[in-house]
Design a protein around this ligand. Structure first.
Ligand code: C5P
Length: 208
């Protein structure tokens, strides 16, 4: 059986960077499952379809190509917002989870990151990490990212946004964001990317 490394956590906790680093280190395939929700949301927005029609959204979810996901066309704030709205729908989640599970079986191993990987998508994952950081730190990281990219940002607005996203992701009935009982907690509030990677590697090496 191939190895699965499950990485969950709230928005802007640093899961993406960490997951890519880990996948590279172990030569595993990587899937950012947030992009599957974003791609579904973008397809609905582009087609001018409503975000609250479960049957329509499910149909779009079934058409998402897991191998054609590109964060650069899915990163818009409006797409993230729309993604978290359609992510509350059970039929959408069922369709995307099926595709994500199929991906997780690729050899020699996979890294999946998202909100419900350790709890729902891959409950038998080899290693589960729950990556988090304080809300202030996550908002500051997102702020710095925008500013260093030459954009302008409003810290207070970003903080409110992170809070709203947390509430929606943690408060939904189907597959709410929470650590799996057997997940290792990794709080990166006071850690550099490098330190977080080394901590994760120690945990993974012990389990493989
Ligand atoms: O991680 P990212 O911000 O790209 O995810 C966008 C949205 O997709 C999240 O706010 C969340 O609502 C949803 N999502 C989810 N389950 C996952 C990954 C993302 O519900 N496994």
């Amino acid at each position: 059986m191939s190895h699965v490394i499950a990485i969950d956590g709230p928005a802007a906790a640093g899961k993406g960077t960490l997951s890519r680093r880990i996948a590279e280190e172990y030569g595993f395939h990587h899937l950012d499952t947030g992009l599957t929700y974003r791609a579904t949301a973008k397809a609905l927005l582009d087609a001018g379809l409503p975000l609250d029609d479960e049957a329509v959204a499910e149909k779009m979810a079934r058409e998402v190509d897991l191998y054609g996901l590109d964060r650069s066309v899915l990163s818009a704030h409006s797409i993230g917002e729309a993604a978290s709205k359609i992510a509350v729908m059970t039929a959408v989640r069922r369709a995307l989870v099926e595709a994500q599970r199929a991906f997780s079986r690729k050899e020699p191993g996979t890294v999946l990151d998202g909100r419900d990987i350790g709890t729902v998508v891959c409950p038998d994952a080899t290693v589960k990490l729950y990556v988090t950081a304080s809300r202030e730190v996550r908002a500051k990281r997102r702020y710095d990212e925008i500013v260093s990219g030459g954009g302008t940002a409003d810290y207070a607005a970003i903080f409110e946004d992170v809070k709203k996203r947390d509430e929606r992701d943690m408060g939904r009935v189907d597959s709410p964001l929470k650590p799996a009982a057997d997940a290792h907690l990794l709080d990166t509030s006071e850690m550099s990317i490098e330190a977080a990677f080394r901590a994760a590697k120690t945990l993974i090496d012990a389990a493989l």
